[in-house]
Design a binder for this molecule. Sequence first.
Ligand code: NDP
Length: 616
Amino acid sequence: MRLVQLIHYLITSILMAEDSKTNQELDFDPEALRRKYKEERDKRIRPDGNNQYQKMTGEFSSYIEDPYVNDKIERAPFTDKKTVVVIGGGFAGLLAVVRLKDAGIRDIRLIEKGGDIGGTWYFNRYPGAACDTESYVYLPLCEELDYIPKSKYAYAPEIFAHCQRIAKAYNIYDIACLQTDVTGLEWDDSSSHWTIKTNRNDAMQAQFVIMCNGPFNKPKLPGIEGISSFKGHTFHTSRWDYAYTGGDENGDLENLLDKKVGIIGTGATSVQCIPHLGASAKELYVFQRTPSTIDVRANRPTDPNWVKSLEAGWQKERMDNFNEITLGKIVEKDLVMDGWTEIITNLVSLTKYRQQKINPAEIPALMELADFKKMESIRARVDSIVKDPKTAASLKPYYRLFCKRPCFHDEYLPTFNRENVHLIDTDGKGVTSINEKGVIANDHQYDLDCIIFATGFEVGTGYTNRAGYDPIGKHGLKLSEKWANGIRTLHSFHVQGFPNLFVIGHAHGGYTTSYTHSFDVKAKHLSYIIDECIQQRMEQVEVTAQAEQAWVDKIIRVYRNVEKFNSECTPGYYNNEGHSNPLFAQNSAYGKGAIAYFAILEKWREAGNFEGLKFS
Ligand code: NDP
């Protein structure tokens, strides 16, 4: 037996022994926890579900204005024609351009609404913003650009600077059309081009369009009564107002020293900015509806000796390794060794159980037990850090780990030991109302100078709503109409009736925690197809109705049904705020995961016959 197998055997034996403990031997009562989880969930379920939130339109549109633009670009509208237009300048859009250029395609334009490229990393500049995926995996093109991230987890300014580095290296600024919001997209079948309309009165044309709108591009507000009546200052975390708070992404928010600040929401964003608010504000009131899970972060500077040891191909190897582990494969070595690889290996991966030849019927119970243990350790961590027992009790999450986005932080919990920081636990009810002086919660008035909304982004609303435009394909059919009864694509990119239009998104593709990895695979795939079209002097490429139907059928067939799990979860955007949706299966990601999905794309390219696509 090889050493790794031996170690693996020993670990799995220990896990099995642990898993087979009787209830008397466990230091918690699973049945009591089950009851508690249900109780906590039930008090949070709302009949209005996702409709509890409001869009930032009309009187709220100022919340999404770009605060980082100093000089508005003045330019004449574009009416010219490009071979490819890429919509969105985040990592997906940048990688799309990079891979098109690698394929030799030069006549490209990238449209981005922000004042610079970067997407989510341009807009999310709140203090403490960082990425939870390891920087050596998350930041793409590190080897190509000879760049080594500064620490294991990169903060937002470094990630934004990396986006700019990519844009400079690949001359993307020369083709970028910034401060420009797409408002419409319409196909002209007779001359085989899309017309792209924007808020700058552009009516530019493109033979091909790649849509990279991003998953969290539309911030949302809670529908709290009286929200517009507050006379103090307000903003959303995705447009941090440093002019008001002072300081920068590193904190030191000196203008808050004499301010009473309230923050609504305790999700992944809040977890990162609250330590800075706590350090600067005179008084900080944290309005919590549901606590997040706060696991160990253990960020550290990049080890120069590790850097010296790196060999060519290191980043791809690391990205593949992280992707394999987080998609449930057992690998010889975990190169990343962090919270994600640990929790996914131990809680979500079925491979462990399959390898142990455990009866499939027993697996759900074993997974639940492993989850209880993990959550018990997360709750124990709260007790070990937060001094006030009542505050500690409020900060303990009671749900299964993947009901909500897991968070990793080492300064969040200690912030609640500060005398100026007050946790307002609304016991699942949320803020009751807002009035001109501040916030009402738990029948108490909290007078405030400033309210910060850390209330997240639209998820689960229609694709075209979030995009902000509704492409019109052949015969005047809108994409929203086409997808009214569920998303229909081939391989997540191609939609029948919408020639030369490609979607880079999550639905119908293989989901992975490693977003940039997935974007790159998709970008390479699309540049291969577009290049073929150009080489063959074809004007159009469109998926056939049969190929689209076959992929939809496959998506439904391999759908990983998590509806039971979701139905027992506390509400959030992971489970459509606790409401089932008949379109879950059809709108899901490819159920066998990203590795299998990437393999399908690769095999499809290798076959070389562009199966399912019609060129004309
Ligand atoms: P979330 O949607 O995760 O959090 C919104 C928060 O607002 C929740 O705590 C929610 O409570 C709360 N809320 C909503 N309405 C009310 C109300 N009426 N009263 C009180 N509280 C309310 O948004 P985030 O911006 O935190 O995160 C969005 C996503 O962005 C993350 O899930 C993650 O994928 C990504 N992200 C990643 C980061 C990273 O890599 N570290 C950092 C930041 C974001 P409830 O839970 O009860 O619904």
